[in-house]
Design a protein around this ligand. Structure first.
Ligand SMILES: [Fe+2]
Ligand SMILES: [Fe+2]
Length: 270
């Protein structure tokens, strides 16, 4: 029997977080992004789900991940597997952003907040499928190699505060992707793996837009605050990402995303 709660437009977003099969999760995300979600009410959903953990890939702490050069197929498989894992987690993070946090964005901007993160979610689902397909061309598959829990942990640590989530997910982690991806593309090309390099080039270009979306909503959320967005960013990153930010930064891509240099330079590891 349909209850009143069944009508909450966030529930299909929750189904994405609960989807166990990676390709099913991506397909659900693409379908929902296509259909759109609107009319999210002012109150939180009390039983908002957490992303499910699967039996595979086996999860290891980031410092226990094997490091291999890209000269060997095994090394390239490991790199693309790590990227697939990031993209899958990014689907969950985008669904979580729209479903968990939309109610804190006052109307009338709430629907455009949701539309923005649905668009990010749709990109992430496409990214995951591209990398998963590429892994299969490379005689392996997503789930076959170990992966690390960094993104999942970052999401869990910031699930109570939209500004903290925006600071850590798009503005620290996705921006870090902009710093490191051009080097990966170059190394893949040098190893003769143009197909993987092309997949990463598409991802890199679109991730600039995700960081831009993060910046825009972070500024929006800070607009009524006494402190500047740069100061709020600094204190949130110090609190939730205490290791500091690694150089070198990709200033050009960060600038294209609207990320001001003083925001992240203030947090760089010396
Ligand atoms: Fe992505
Ligand atoms: Fe992204």
């Amino acid at each position: 029997m349909p209850s009143k709660r069944m009508a909450d437009p966030r529930l299909p977003l929750g189904e994405i977080l609960k989807a166990v099969d990676p390709r099913e999760k991506a397909a659900l995300a693409l379908k929902l992004a296509n259909e759109g979600v609107s009319g999210i009410p002012d109150s939180p959903l009390s039983d908002w789900p957490r992303p499910v953990r699967r039996d595979e890939p086996p999860l290891r702490p980031p410092n226990e991940m094997p490091k291999r050069g890209l000269g060997s197929l095994a090394g390239r498989q490991a790199l693309m597997h790590a990227i697939a894992h990031i993209e899958l987690n990014a689907i969950d993070l985008a669904a979580d952003m729209a479903g968990r946090f939309a109610h804190v964005i006052p109307l009338p901007e709430r629907d455009s907040f949701v539309a923005d993160w649905l668009s990010v979610m749709s990109d992430e689902a496409r990214h995951f499928l591209m990398v998963a397909d590429r892994l299969e061309q490379m005689d392996t598959r997503y789930g076959a190699l170990p992966a690390h829990e960094g993104l999942f942990d970052a999401a869990a640590r910031t699930s109570f505060d939209i500004k903290a989530r925006l600071a850590i997910a798009p503005l620290v982690l996705e921006a870090r992707g902009l710093d490191v991806t051009p080097g990966m593309i170059e190394r893949l090309r040098r190893a003769g793996d143009d197909s993987s390099a092309e997949v990463l080039t598409v991802i890199y270009t679109e991730e600039i837009g995700h960081v831009a979306t993060g910046i825009r909503w972070f500024r929006h959320c800070c607009s009524g605050d006494e402190q500047s967005p740069a100061e709020i960013f600094k204190s949130l990153v110090e609190q939730h990402f205490p290791g500091g930010l690694k150089r070198p930064f990709n200033d050009e891509a960060r600038e294209e995303a609207g990320f001001e240099r003083q925001w992240y330079e203030a947090l760089a590891k010396s």
